[in-house]
Design a protein around this ligand. Structure first.
Ligand SMILES: Cc1ncc(COP(=O)(O)O)c(C=O)c1O
Length: 361
């Protein structure tokens, strides 16, 4: 443990990006000045956009009616923007719900789940509850999904789950590898591509693939770049027959006008995405550069989170930072020396570096 010199803190401030026209996002809403620094759930530090907040306030009045017209309107807007049919889009109370339903629909005791590790654990938990075999395949040396190994893992698989960019590493899997997964997966299985973080990066989306394939399901969420995690809205995009198989488990439980109108306003805000993406990338890359400068390896993240090799039991690092009110994590069982950190706003990342330097580095 070393103490942080005044000079190194000044250097850190200088290393973090000059935000220029992006200052708006730092200024609003107010960062958690007094509470803990929340870098532990991959939430947006900026919350819903101004337009989304206004739309949600207006939407309160719609709460007396069932949400269906707003659900269809949101699906239609997303479909129009993506150049797909609106019957390829279904709205859920968060993409986690859609993901769980997909696992329940496409796996069974006879047809297992294949996924990567470390990756988002929800599909594994859902498959276990469905008594389906789970094959977890290590990420490859580039921290991409090892598609050949995933294809070989279980010829009876009912579902392949691929998270791109991956949570927790933030790393990308090349589109060509995802195409290989779709082309070569077990007969009768479904490829589920979770694009919760795709808007943070430049990688192409798989959404348009649903036009030509009835065995790929893509998931999107309003919880990440749009800052609406508490509003619980996600989309499943796929062939209508696949969406029907999810619908039997539910899907009409989305929060009335409020969330749906906020989501529509977010999609209509053409500048929002680019601004938040640029801001996230610059804060992420500066923080990673700062860590690497101190000898800590980080994953090559293209997302709003990354992992650090802390070269010691990562759970202890989480605890030491938490004592200083900086919350990070989680730690994945097979990467016990790596910790996930969410990219927060400028002040939060400065505080993170400050506390990391004092407590860990
Ligand atoms: C990869 C991935 N998929 C889905 C979700 C869940 O998103 P939602 O808030 O839409 O349920 C998360 C949340 O962290 C996630 O990391």
């Amino acid at each position: 443990m070393v103490s942080v010199s005044r000079r190194s803190l000044l250097a850190l401030g200088a290393a973090l990006p000059v935000l220029g026209h992006l200052d708006w996002a730092v200024a609003s809403p107010a960062p958690t000045a007094s509470g803990p620094v929340l870098l532990n759930y991959n939430e947006s530090p900026y919350g819903p956009s101004k337009a989304a907040l206004e739309a949600m306030q207006t939407g309160m009045a719609a709460s007396g009616r069932y949400p269906y017209p707003h659900m269809y309107a949101l699906a239609a807007l997303f479909a129009r923007q993506q150049g797909i049919n609106e019957d390829n889009v279904a709205v859920f109370a968060g993409s986690m719900a859609a993901l769980r339903y997909a696992v329940l629909a496409f796996t069974s005791p006879a047809r297992g789940l294949v996924m990567a590790t470390p990756s988002y654990e929800v599909p594994r938990q859902a498959a276990e509850s469905n008594k389906a075999a789970v094959h977890e395949v290590d990420l490859n040396a580039q921290h991409a999904h090892d598609v050949p190994a995933m294809l070989a893992a279980n010829p009876q698989a009912g579902m392949l789950y691929l998270c791109n960019p991956n949570n927790p590493t933030g790393t990308l899997t090349p589109t060509e590898a995802i195409r290989q997964a779709l082309a070569n997966k077990p007969e009768g299985s479904v490829l589920v591509v979770d694009e919760a973080y795709i808007d943070f990066c430049d990688a192409p989306s798989c959404v348009s693939w649903v036009k030509d394939h009835d065995d790929v399901l893509v998931l999107r969420t309003f919880s990440k770049i749009y800052g609406m995690a508490g509003a619980r809205l996600g989309l499943a995009i796929g062939h209508p027959r696949l969406l029907e198989r999810l619908a039997v488990f539910g899907g009409d439980n989305v929060p009335a006008g409020t969330s749906l109108l906020g989501a529509q306003a977010s999609l209509e805000d053409v500048k929002l995405l680019g601004q938040r993406k640029a801001l996230n990338a610059s804060l992420r890359d500066e923080t990673i550069a700062w860590l690497k400068g101190r000898g800590y390896a980080c994953t090559a993240s293209q997302s709003n989170c990354f992992m650090i090799d802390v070269r010691q039991p990562a759970e202890q690092v989480v605890e030491r930072l938490a004592v200083q009110q900086v919350l990070v994590g989680r730690v994945w069982k097979n990467w016990p020396q790596w910790v996930r950190v969410t990219v927060g706003n400028k002040q939060q990342m400065q505080r993170f570096c400050e506390v990391f330097a004092a407590q860990i580095a």
